[in-house]
Design a protein around this ligand. Sequence first.
Ligand SMILES: [Ca+2]
Ligand SMILES: [Ca+2]
Length: 147
Amino acid sequence: MTRIFTFLLPWFASAAGDAKRSELHRIPADRAESADVAKDHPEIVAQLTMLALDWKAALPPKPDPACISAADRAQISAPKTQPAKKATPDRAKAFERMDTNKDGVLTLDEYKIGFKNQPNLETRFKNVDKNRDGKLTREEFVNPGGK
Ligand SMILES: [Ca+2]
Ligand SMILES: [Ca+2]
Protein backbone atom coordinates (compact mmCIF):
# COMPACT_ATOMS: atom_id res chain seq x y z
CA MET A 1 0.00 0.00 0.00
CA THR A 2 1.21 3.49 -0.75
CA ARG A 3 2.04 5.44 2.34
CA ILE A 4 0.76 8.92 1.76
CA PHE A 5 0.43 11.16 4.75
CA THR A 6 -0.49 14.71 5.43
CA PHE A 7 1.46 16.25 8.15
CA LEU A 8 0.67 19.35 10.18
CA LEU A 9 3.49 20.90 12.07
CA PRO A 10 2.46 23.43 14.69
CA TRP A 11 4.78 26.25 13.67
CA PHE A 12 3.96 28.35 16.64
CA ALA A 13 4.51 25.65 19.26
CA SER A 14 8.24 26.24 19.41
CA ALA A 15 11.06 27.25 17.12
CA ALA A 16 12.53 23.74 17.26
CA GLY A 17 9.23 22.12 16.37
CA ASP A 18 7.13 20.11 18.78
CA ALA A 19 6.70 16.57 17.48
CA LYS A 20 4.18 15.68 20.21
CA ARG A 21 1.76 18.27 18.92
CA SER A 22 2.23 17.43 15.27
CA GLU A 23 -0.58 15.65 13.48
CA LEU A 24 -0.12 12.85 11.01
CA HIS A 25 -2.93 11.61 8.80
CA ARG A 26 -2.88 8.66 6.44
CA ILE A 27 -4.76 9.91 3.40
CA PRO A 28 -5.60 6.67 1.46
CA ALA A 29 -7.30 5.19 4.54
CA ASP A 30 -8.54 8.41 6.08
CA ARG A 31 -9.37 11.07 3.52
CA ALA A 32 -11.20 13.20 6.05
CA GLU A 33 -8.02 13.40 8.18
CA SER A 34 -10.03 12.37 11.24
CA ALA A 35 -7.48 10.05 12.86
CA ASP A 36 -4.19 11.48 14.06
CA VAL A 37 -1.69 8.62 13.69
CA ALA A 38 1.37 10.61 14.77
CA LYS A 39 1.81 8.46 17.89
CA ASP A 40 1.89 5.26 15.83
CA HIS A 41 4.60 6.56 13.51
CA PRO A 42 7.09 8.57 15.55
CA GLU A 43 9.83 7.90 12.97
CA ILE A 44 7.75 9.48 10.18
CA VAL A 45 6.90 12.43 12.38
CA ALA A 46 10.56 12.90 13.24
CA GLN A 47 11.59 12.68 9.59
CA LEU A 48 8.90 15.05 8.36
CA THR A 49 9.56 17.48 11.21
CA MET A 50 13.21 17.59 10.18
CA LEU A 51 12.31 18.13 6.52
CA ALA A 52 9.83 20.84 7.43
CA LEU A 53 12.28 22.62 9.70
CA ASP A 54 14.98 22.39 7.01
CA TRP A 55 12.55 23.91 4.55
CA LYS A 56 11.60 26.62 7.02
CA ALA A 57 15.25 27.42 7.69
CA ALA A 58 15.83 27.77 3.95
CA LEU A 59 13.19 30.48 3.61
CA PRO A 60 14.47 34.03 3.13
CA PRO A 61 14.04 36.23 6.22
CA LYS A 62 12.10 38.76 4.15
CA PRO A 63 9.79 38.10 1.21
CA ASP A 64 11.37 38.62 -2.19
CA PRO A 65 10.04 42.00 -3.47
CA ALA A 66 9.63 40.40 -6.91
CA CYS A 67 7.01 38.09 -5.41
CA ILE A 68 4.89 40.95 -4.07
CA SER A 69 2.47 42.86 -6.27
CA ALA A 70 3.18 46.54 -6.86
CA ALA A 71 0.05 47.53 -4.93
CA ASP A 72 1.11 45.49 -1.90
CA ARG A 73 4.65 46.86 -2.11
CA ALA A 74 3.29 50.41 -2.02
CA GLN A 75 1.21 49.57 1.01
CA ILE A 76 4.14 47.95 2.82
CA SER A 77 6.52 50.86 2.19
CA ALA A 78 3.91 53.58 2.73
CA PRO A 79 4.04 53.83 6.55
CA LYS A 80 7.80 54.48 6.44
CA THR A 81 7.88 57.20 3.78
CA GLN A 82 4.59 58.98 4.26
CA PRO A 83 5.07 60.97 7.49
CA ALA A 84 8.38 62.58 6.39
CA LYS A 85 7.07 63.46 2.93
CA LYS A 86 3.86 64.86 4.34
CA ALA A 87 5.46 67.08 6.97
CA THR A 88 7.54 69.18 4.58
CA PRO A 89 4.78 70.48 2.26
CA ASP A 90 2.67 71.34 5.29
CA ARG A 91 5.42 73.44 6.83
CA ALA A 92 6.18 75.02 3.46
CA LYS A 93 2.53 75.98 3.19
CA ALA A 94 2.53 77.33 6.73
CA PHE A 95 5.61 79.41 5.88
CA GLU A 96 3.80 80.98 2.90
CA ARG A 97 0.80 81.77 5.07
CA MET A 98 2.82 83.20 7.96
CA ASP A 99 5.18 85.31 5.82
CA THR A 100 2.57 88.05 5.53
CA ASN A 101 4.83 90.67 3.89
CA LYS A 102 6.23 88.04 1.49
CA ASP A 103 9.88 88.98 2.00
CA GLY A 104 10.86 85.31 2.25
CA VAL A 105 11.70 85.35 5.96
CA LEU A 106 9.63 85.14 9.13
CA THR A 107 10.15 87.72 11.84
CA LEU A 108 9.24 86.91 15.44
CA ASP A 109 6.04 88.95 15.01
CA GLU A 110 5.00 87.01 11.93
CA TYR A 111 5.84 83.78 13.76
CA LYS A 112 3.77 84.74 16.82
CA ILE A 113 0.78 85.78 14.72
CA GLY A 114 1.11 82.65 12.57
CA PHE A 115 0.98 80.40 15.63
CA LYS A 116 -1.82 82.46 17.20
CA ASN A 117 0.17 83.38 20.33
CA GLN A 118 0.68 79.84 21.58
CA PRO A 119 2.90 79.53 24.69
CA ASN A 120 6.71 79.53 24.46
CA LEU A 121 6.77 80.93 20.94
CA GLU A 122 9.86 83.06 21.60
CA THR A 123 11.80 80.02 22.78
CA ARG A 124 10.60 77.97 19.85
CA PHE A 125 11.50 80.79 17.46
CA LYS A 126 15.04 80.94 18.90
CA ASN A 127 15.42 77.18 18.59
CA VAL A 128 14.39 77.23 14.95
CA ASP A 129 16.49 80.34 14.18
CA LYS A 130 19.70 78.36 13.74
CA ASN A 131 21.96 81.30 12.76
CA ARG A 132 20.32 83.60 15.36
CA ASP A 133 19.75 86.54 13.03
CA GLY A 134 16.25 87.07 14.40
CA LYS A 135 14.58 85.89 11.20
CA LEU A 136 13.52 82.49 10.01
CA THR A 137 14.38 81.62 6.45
CA ARG A 138 12.22 79.11 4.64
CA GLU A 139 14.98 76.54 5.11
CA GLU A 140 15.18 77.11 8.87
CA PHE A 141 11.41 76.89 9.21
CA VAL A 142 10.71 73.94 6.93
CA ASN A 143 13.54 71.80 8.34
CA PRO A 144 13.61 72.77 12.01
CA GLY A 145 15.77 69.76 12.79
CA GLY A 146 18.57 71.34 10.74
CA LYS A 147 21.15 69.43 8.78
CA1 LIG B 1 8.30 88.19 6.41
CA1 LIG C 1 17.74 82.79 10.76
